[in-house]
Design a protein around this ligand. Sequence first.
Ligand code: PEP
Length: 247
Amino acid sequence: MNKYCIANWKMYMDKSKIDSYFEDFLHRDFNLDCKVVLCPSSIHIDYVNKLVDNNNNINIGSQDISEFESGAYTGENSLNMIIESNCDYCIIGHSERRQLFSESDANINNKLRLLNQTNVIPIVCIGETLDENESGITRPVLENQLKRIFNNIDLNNSKDCIIAYEPIWAIGTGKSADIETIYSVHKFLKNIINEINTNNCNICLLYGGSVNEDNAAEILEINEVDGFLIGSASIIADKFYNIYNKF
Ligand code: PEP
């Protein structure tokens, strides 16, 4: 199973921040057995791609795509557009898209269906709210999300598919899920994944939610964790690189 260290820069990085990020970052060694993916804002994908041009160890992803192929959808970016910008990865279903922009599992299912017809690797986010967690319904909530998102999708087995378990209460809060929770939820999710993965694809299961330099090594000891999707700690080049070095 491939390992991934993925940076979600959200809407934090303007061009001057990107320039300073890369001052040291591009000269670092990326020889570990772990793929690095940077996900800038869509308007900066071309810019970042040019900066990392001859560095084959750094991949670029989009933070989202439209569920429509083309048309009158002001402000949206189509899958074709991110392919033209040489994106190899695409996040879909991030909790901020679900909570702030009312995205549903049905919308995410449409996006996954589009991505499944191309070589762009999906990074599908799932996760439960604090209320759901405290009511003890984390597992059925995650199972329903997965079943709805992967509904009627015959996975493309020539490429990886990435699922990121991101408990919503752990995102950007500085409070990661504890090791026992990550272990048991990932074990549970791997079983569900086996049920939906009839084509035997490489489905990699990442953890996301307040991953930092201090907790990364311990979380990576869990066999069922194939890497991280990282927000806050990924916008500081040194912190992100230090996490990468724990793989
Ligand atoms: C995220 O937004 O996907 C995320 C995991 O954020 P953070 O690392 O800041 O919790």
